[in-house]
Design a protein around this ligand. Structure first.
Ligand code: LLP
Length: 419
């Protein structure tokens, strides 16, 4: 469900024509729907309303301050993976006690920052990290709350680049070694064992891998209890998939029901880290056709957005719907939608059937609200796109388009070149 719909042949974001926003803000532009974001957050969070839980939005999927603020006001927390994300979360008013910190490579500085900020929990991912966090917490006179991020060796049946819970992945501590590391952590003065966590992958379209992981975690929790180590939080990570094309992922309600069926431990607080399922279909990338050209082999629609704006098709071969902002009776053709970047991997769609776009037409690249802007870069010295939030009959620029001055910020000529 989302609020990008056609009315009288024009694509709207809620009650504003997308063409009006593109005309005023320029292209390329990320456009999010407030009602969709809120509805997705509520559907997910609400599905767990009958169990003690905390929804920590995975802000790597979309870290714009306005969007974080929106979820904070809905009572959400944040799943962070860097000091930068912690900074953004705090700036947006997310309560520190609703922040969980995952990641295999936390730096000393980032750990200190998170300890001083009194976050809810560190999801630690190696024995060395356990030792280092204990040392830093001791130095700061703090007791660090931890969960071990367990690698349960479950196949999430998704793209290999976004699988995280298999033995061969770099994430977490092998479930077979977890008890040993929990015992170690429980014996350290400056750590407090608070929970167990896992995250097995992203864009999962079936519930069974989540259930398999949860069952393995339950066995571990039982063993921990038997050894006198009590946990308060059970963090199940994120990963619920969305429809980009023809996928039929479970609704958050089905996902929640399947998990709740397994949750017989009534005293545990469940932490969830959804990203894509909340933001993915709440945003589109709007771009303008610069040229169309045909070779003997192919047709190309050259647009003003590129792989630096949306890298998912190039990186994972991902599908994003390509839709006209204005419906027309034009014939349909098979074409590639490509950007201006000097790489053959610079495409947004390949061999796709679409209307025969012409120069000046606006194109909506669908399902771009998650891992779209947040993965964008300045490659080819392209200023990053503007981000806009549509709400009812209004819209708000929530991130200004970068300009050329922004591109060179922080760069300096050393003296010997300043001649
Ligand atoms: N928690 C942890 C520890 C994670 O590593 C991730 C995603 C999430 C939660 C949120 O997962 P989600 O609910 O969004 O599936 N760039 C890729 C996705 C990478 C996901 C990385 N981790 C893409 O564009 O598909």
């Amino acid at each position: 469900m989302h609020h990008f719909v056609y009315k009288d042949g024009q694509l709207y974001c809620e009650e504003v024509p997308v063409s009006k926003i593109a005309g005023e803000v320029g292209t390329p532009l990320y456009l999010y729907s407030h009602a969709t974001l809120r509805q997705h957050f509520r559907a997910f969070d609400g599905a767990f309303s009958d169990v003690p839980h905390l929804t920590c939005f995975a802000m790597k999927s979309n870290s714009n301050l306005a969007i974080l603020r929106l979820f904070a006001l809905e009572g959400g927390g944040a799943d962070i993976v860097s000091g930068g994300e912690l900074y953004r979360a705090l700036r947006a008013g997310v309560e520190p006690k609703k922040i969980v910190y995952s990641g295999v490579g936390k730096t000393v500085e980032d750990m200190e920052y998170a300890l001083r900020s009194e976050i809810l929990m560190f999801n630690v991912e190696s024995t060395q990290e356990i030792m280092l966090l204990n040392e830093i917490a001791g130095r700061l006179g703090k007791k660090a709350p931890i969960a071990i991020r367990v690698n349960p060796d479950v196949d999430p049946e998704t793209h290999p680049y976004i699988s995280t819970g298999l033995k061969e992945n770099k994430f977490g501590i092998d479930i077979g070694k977890a008890l040993e590391d929990y015992t170690l952590a429980a014996g350290l003065r400056n750590l407090r064992v608070a929970g167990v966590s896992c995250h097995i992958g992203s864009q999962l379209t079936r519930v069974s891998p989540f259930v398999d992981a949860l069952q393995k975690l339950k066995v571990l929790i039982g063993k921990l209890r038997d050894s006198g180590i009590a946990v308060e939080y059970l963090d199940l990570g994120g990963g619920l998939g969305i429809t980009y094309n023809k996928e039929e992922p479970p609704h958050p309600r089905e996902y929640a029901e399947a998990l709740k069926k397994e949750l017989d431990e009534k005293d545990l607080i469940v932490v969830l880290e959804p990203g894509r399922v909340i933001t993915g279909n709440a945003g589109i990338l709007v771009t303008k056709v610069l040229y169309v050209k045909s070779t003997p082999e192919k047709k190309f629609v050259i647009v003003d957005a590129a792989m630096n704006d949306l890298i998912r098709p190039s990186l994972y071969g991902s599908f994003h719907g390509i839709e006209p902002v204005k419906l027309s009776e034009k014939q349909r053709v098979k074409a590639d939608v490509v950007g201006p970047i000097c790489e053959s991997t610079d495409f947004l769609a390949k061999d796709r059937e679409m209307v025969a776009f012409e120069t000046g037409d606006l194109v909506a690249v669908m399902s771009a609200g998650a891992y779209g802007f947040s993965m964008s870069s300045n490659y080819n010295s392209r200023p990053r796109a503007a981000e806009v939030l549509g709400k009812g009959d209004r819209y708000y620029v929530i991130r200004a388009r970068e300009n050329y001055e922004d591109l060179v910020r922080g760069e300096n000529l050393p003296d010997f070149l300043n001649v």
